[in-house]
Design a protein around this ligand. Structure first.
Ligand code: FAD
Length: 297
């Protein structure tokens, strides 16, 4: 029996991949809502300011996409992502890097570059479906850890608590708004300084802030103002704020996922950073490979 502690995206993927490999798995979750409940689920192959593809994105996404699709065809929505130009220097920077980015380019025009292969995962729906699938395959869900072989997938809460003493982190709080923008029929994901993600019925998720101090401060008026300012860079239309959430991205060295073992403590899977959707299914597979035969129960 393997005990997976925490059922965010990391724990869900680890638990399901271990189950698929034939292990008997118990999941333990404290019911608090981690960042997986907050995440917009954006999958952007070339995020950031500098036109850098996300680390090993093609390999990771080749594992993740079929993993999500097998759980539910509707969980991942493929959408074009318009990365709007910031200024002339930005366009020149893109022109210099274009050669490395062709596989992700759908078109380039005066608005910006449109990436293909991205979209968004409905993270809340994924967690629900994943738990159902886990139970349907005989998995046990418990509120209490009972010990034995444990894989800790406790996200930022675990990093801040110091579940694994040697792991330093630089986690970052983020705030997101859901807004309704009557009459706006933008169907693409828009990014530039921040992003807007269409979720249907004239509603959009907008984000996100980055805050490295006061991680526990939750939703703030300042955060809301920053996100509303991001929205204003994309549309001047009237809008209504429907929801405001915050969470903490679990960030370890270089924002890359970490699988770590500590004698007497067990395994840790953490550090999914701001791109958990891309990396979690592959990390789950890596756990299976790493622990493989020793753990067969
Ligand atoms: C504002 C914001 C926007 C984001 N947007 C995106 C995005 O668009 N795309 C993307 O890919 N990623 C995004 N992310 C990042 C994404 O949320 C994370 O990479 C991912 O959710 C991390 O998953 P996790 O399972 O490691 O942690 P979590 O989701 O935090 O899950 C950890 C779980 O463990 C439980 N737990 C903790 N301690 C214990 C314990 N002692 N016992 C039992 N259970 C415990 C918690 O309650 C929680 O359920 C965003 C994050 C934030 C904050």
């Amino acid at each position: 029996m393997i005990e997976v502690i925490g059922f965010g995206i990391a724990g869900a993927c680890v638990a399901l991949q271990l189950q698929r490999a034939g292990h008997v798995v118990r999941v333990v979750d404290d019911g608090k809502r981690g960042s997986s409940h907050v995440a917009a689920g954006l999958v952007n192959p070339v995020g950031g300011r500098n036109f850098e593809p996300s680390w090993e994105v093609a390999d990771a996404w080749a594992i993740a996409l079929p993993f999500y699709q097998e759980l539910g065809a509707e969980l991942f929505q493929q959408l074009p992502i318009l990365r709007g130009w910031r200024d002339e220097k930005d366009r020149e920077k893109f022109a210099r890097k274009r050669g490395d980015l062709e596989q992700w380019i759908e078109k380039v025009d005066d608005e910006g570059v449109t990436w293909k292969g991205g979209g968004w995962l409905d993270c809340a729906a994924f967690l629900k479906v994943a738990k159902e699938a886990f139970r349907a395959r005989g998995g046990e869900v418990s509120e209490r850890a009972r010990g034995g072989l444990q894989v800790w997938c406790t996200g930022a809460a675990g990093l801040m608590r110091g579940d694994f003493l040697e792991i330093a982190h630089r986690s970052a709080k983020g705030e997101i708004l859901t807004v309704k923008v009557p009459g706006w029929d933008e169907g693409r994901i828009l990014t530039r300084n921040g992003w807007v993600l269409p979720i249907g019925a004239e509603c959009y998720r907008v984000g996100a802030t980055y805050e490295w101090d006061e991680l526990d401060s939750g939703c703030t008026a300042e955060g809301r103002a920053k996100v509303e300012a991001i929205l204003r860079t994309f549309t001047e239309r009237e809008y209504e704020v429907m929801d405001h959430v915050s969470g903490i991205r679990p960030i370890i060295h270089r924002s890359r996922p970490v699988i770590y073992h500590e004698e007497g403590r067990g395994w840790m899977v953490n550090g999914l950073g701001s791109k958990g959707v891309i990396y979690a299914p592959r990390v789950g597979l890596e756990v299976v490979t790493l622990l493989g035969g020793d753990l067969k129960s």
